[in-house]
Design a binder for this molecule. Sequence first.
Ligand SMILES: [Fe+2]
Length: 286
Amino acid sequence: MAQVIEARIGDDPRGLTEALEDGGLILLPQTPFEILQDEKPLMDPAIFSGGSKNVSYAPDSGHLGGTCLEGEALERCRAMVARYATFARTLLQQVAPSYLATAEQRRTSFRPGEVSSRALSPRKDDRLLHVDAFPANPNQGRRILRVFTNVNPEGRSRHWRLGDQSFEAFARDFSPRLKSGPGPLAATVLQTLKITKGRRTPYDAAMLQLHDLGKLDADFQARTPQQEVHLPAGACWIVYTDSVLHAAMAGQHAFEQTFLLPPEGMAAPDKAPIRILERLLDRPLG
Ligand SMILES: [Fe+2]
């Protein structure tokens, strides 16, 4: 069940790690990420390029995408998002230090746009309850652990809904509708055509289907018990978005850092969605 656990730096990391793995959202209400004076102009959604909704930073290469900024402003933005990547890693180290040995730091995103005003197809609409799955970036069984920070300059909260249903119950309800696949040949074709970065495994296919089936099922959206969550400006929160049913309803100006974590890096690997799905479907998904 999704539960919001208010915490502060210095709380027992073992308890926080267990709470994360049990589907909790760890909320650190007073852990602001400071926006420097010369970074304040970057809070304007006009910095987006084309149809992007995130400014996206790759910590390994330093590449910054999704923005039309150039020259000095681009470098200022890159430095800000890179500073957030370090901030998020430090936070993870304080909350769940046992994860650092195996967690892979992936994309960092800066989200200066308003969430509630986007017109999107149901499949892409994150205002519908869902678990995360990445179509182009297969996880191959690794967990998606995300650190978020609300940096709204006017002090506005970010508004989410959380489903009061465990991943296991959610997956069990939809499991009769899950199709197997992709076969090895189809997975190779997707990879060769660069539709996916890496091999899409049966686990990735199952998670993509769960993401879509949940969003497209109006009855599921209406009947699932859920709670409204207001995530204040100046707060950080950490959550496994591949297992916690969530919907991002409104809010503007946030940062997010994605970590991928192999199940073996968890305190209780049996709680990983891949293990749960393998038990439910009675077949290996690797
Ligand atoms: Fe999501």
